[in-house]
Design a protein around this ligand. Sequence first.
Ligand code: C2E
Ligand code: CA
Ligand code: CA
Length: 607
Amino acid sequence: AAGDRLPLPKGHTHTEVGRLADDINSLADRLVTSLEDERQLRLHREMDEKKYRAIFDNAETGIFIADRESRIESANPALARLLELPDNTELTTHQLSNLSWIRPDRPIELIVNCIDNNCLCVDDLELRLVDGAIRWLNVVISPIGGSRVQGLVSDITERRQAEDLAKMQAVTDPLTGAANRPGFEQILQMAIRRSETSEDAGFTLMHIDLDGFKRINEALGLPVGDEVLKIVSERLRNHLKPTDTVARLGGDEFALILSGVSSAESAARIGKRLIRVLERHYDIEATPIKLGASIGITIYPNDGHNMPFLLRNAELALDHARSNGGNRFSFFDRGMAEAAEQRRTLEIDMQLALQRDEFKLFYQPIIDITTNRLVGAEALIRWRHPERGLVPPDAFIPLAEETGLIIDIGRWGLETACQQLAEWKKERKDYYLSINISGRQIPDGLPPAILADAVRRHGIDSSRLMVELTEGVLLSDVRRAQEWLGAVRELGFCIYLDDFGTGYSSLSYLKRFPVDTIKVDKSFVREMGSDTEDHALVEAIIVMARTLGMHVVAEGVENREQLGLLRKMQCRCVQGFYFSRPVPIEEFSAAAERINTLLTPLCEKRV
Ligand code: C2E
Ligand code: CA
Ligand code: CA
């Protein structure tokens, strides 16, 4: 023991024996010191090991050492917990690769790669747990020599789920829970890829649009509209297979992918069923709402080999269903694509037509039959197409309205009409001119200030220029239309209500939209002679207009019989082929002459 010493035998302090005893004593001292040092060292080591052991044992991260075959040689409790291994003591009997990984080969791949390339290998792996849930694990493997690796495993399920949720939200419509447009495009792309790589028979893509949804939104408010969209989505889902896709592309547009449906017969059957299902009443806040749906159908791969074509063709088919009255489905056919191509050409041509000055106004005389005088004309546009000749407005105005080009065309028309009015003023003719205005021009395409500016620049009175509108034009946005009308009348322009009798035409509309003159639609005038109902209707319109202090122009007067009847009804103004077709300005004077002759008392007597 430390301090124990060999006593010196008496009288031997300086003898050999004494020196020997000294040596032994000092040796014993050094031995004791060494032993003490070593004890201290061991103590330190034990303390260190305990310390690391505690870290190892208490770590949240799973730590292990494994061999090339993924056999676990040592591991901490966290690893057992993360991998749902039974017990710490039994850990070393396990092989990592035997667990229920979603990608079973991946752990071995990582380990082998780590050992062979002597590098760190990292991946996120999915492990199926006993209860069926999935746990995401981040695995970091590093080489430690001797064909062994050390691994760190941490649970990243929450992070992955949050990421997945974010990804899900990016492809989901929050209102209906259906896929949104990006989500739909992803699924469609996958469906195409699947059909390409397998003998899978293809699929059907349907593009659905609700008829009359805008009206519901406007009349009953957005929350009701939202509710309708939710129910639509639910009904679609309930009437399709779980493997089919329902997506909301935006607004009231939905799209479906029906996997495995590749015959027109089955697609038609489903289309019919869906229309029936969507037609049912929607009961929202005790208001029964009725809606229809139009469906465009394309079948992959016949109707388009890739996503853009398939989507475009489904939309063309949808347009076809819609323009045929809605509440029906249409299959895509090649003719639709050709028609679309023609429209595109027409659109480009129309753009050029403005630059090349190919539009022309024709003028159809309007006659006051109470004074037998030509009082004005309606300006009707024509397009002198370099190849197609004179194109009538019905062939291009609808497309111009759709594309917005009508705004520029309308400005051109206004300018040209004002020039003509200025010309007549110079010639001391007090004719007025009426111009046709499309819905797309109201209110911002043709602001009242532009109208005022045009007449001012040409030095004409605003009372010489009439504005013809149809009721449909006024109904799309009632409040703004009323404001526009009010401002335009305030400036001194007169409003003509065109094609009266063909739309909703009721007294209440006339009250809501103050107009100066009603134009009785030519369809009533045409049938007046033979159809007593039309006869009564025209008469009623004339009487009603008079009561409301409005003027009437009967259009489409083609013969003397019609003229005679209108005279009897005390109609004031007429217009029609009987007097003159719309003519270019060069022929207007001649037309006026002819009309004068027609109106001479001699001719009149024969009426
Ligand atoms: P609308 O305003 O109802 O014009 C009357 C149409 O009836 C004209 O056809 C005219 O030629 C035709 N018509 C006139 N008298 C008779 C008749 O006795 N019998 C028959 N069967 N038809 C007659 P048009 O010129 O082809 O114009 C068609 C439509 O195009 C117009 O209908 C109008 O809605 C639109 N439109 C014409 N010019 C313009 C324009 O400059 N801007 C806008 N936005 N639309 C225009
Ligand atoms: Ca008109
Ligand atoms: Ca008309």
